[in-house]
Design a protein around this ligand. Sequence first.
Ligand code: FES
Ligand code: FE2
Length: 384
Amino acid sequence: MSAEPIRTLPAWVYRSPDFYRAERRAIWTRHWLLVGHVSQLTKPGDYVSMRIAGEPIAVVVGADGELRGFSNVCRHRAARILDGAGNCGKAIRCPYHGWTYGLDGRLLAVPEKTGFPGFEREENGLWPVHVGVSAGFVFANLAPEPKPLDVALGPFAEWVAPYRPERLVSYDTGSSVLPINWKNSIDNFLEGYHVPVGHPGLLRLLDYKNYLVETSDANVSIARSPLRDKASHNRRERLYQRLMRPMPGLPSPESEQWNFVFAFPGTTVNLYPDQIDFWLNHPLDERRTLTIWKAFRPPETSGRRDRLVRKLNSGINHLVQEEDNELTERVQEGLESSRYRAGVIGARENGIKHFHDLIRAAIPAAAADDEVDGISALREAALA
Ligand code: FES
Ligand SMILES: [Fe+2]
């Protein structure tokens, strides 16, 4: 008996506003989401904040040094309270009417409180959000009772630990909005099958034959690719090959590989021997994805050679990103076609299968190839 082909998610889930609403409820408010790095949260009042799939979230260091997560929404009239990242001092003050919350989320002060008859200050603290730290990365989860972080992330900490990420320092960051569905961006990240055609530079640097993706029973997968010994004919790549020194203490084989880690739903971490960076892929709606990245280096690598290697690395990888943006926009166009219902997944795309299985587990309607059937399944599950 011949094997059945392995199918991708259907095209409609990459363009449907109903499916995006379902994802917000069944995925983005239920899973652990990377929000920052421990180096951003060291003293009382330090905070990070971001809006993920429409949910404003903040993580704040308390006076007791504990990390606490909150819904970054004022209990008065819903203004977003904290912006970006920084230090908010001894209290969290809403910029609209000045309601003031403690670093533990309790509502401390309401200007002209007597004008709010029957209002109980004690019952109007910031809504708490679960927070956890894994391998130096800070995660938040909006679910009332989330799976423990280490269970959800399985081998994540072990994969990232050789780089000692908790001691790294951030040296660069950026963001952009891509005109594609967030899952299209993740699909692209999860396979190396497009390297030979889509990324001539990567093909010169990486040992494509041994570019292998390992999935897990948890929400994570990793692609590992050894670096090639053969010198590239491209000047920038050749210089990177010649000058790159693995970070101090990085063992083998990590010191000779580029590794790419995925944590469902939208976190990706690139592990290079010389630096690491994370990329967050957050949907703004069904056809726009906000990517936010942050790059980290060991604290002792601030010399000229290290700076040059980082510049070479980021030049190489920004070109890869541009190539990927062009490819994923092409895919988004095809996903809008009435003829294309779903595709097939090859052996080198096992990371995509793992990702699509997680989507189908969260939203069973994603198993329907037909949009009309899919949306009625969403309605039955009260998710649309
Ligand atoms: S909305 Fe925050 S104080 Fe009014
Ligand atoms: Fe790519």
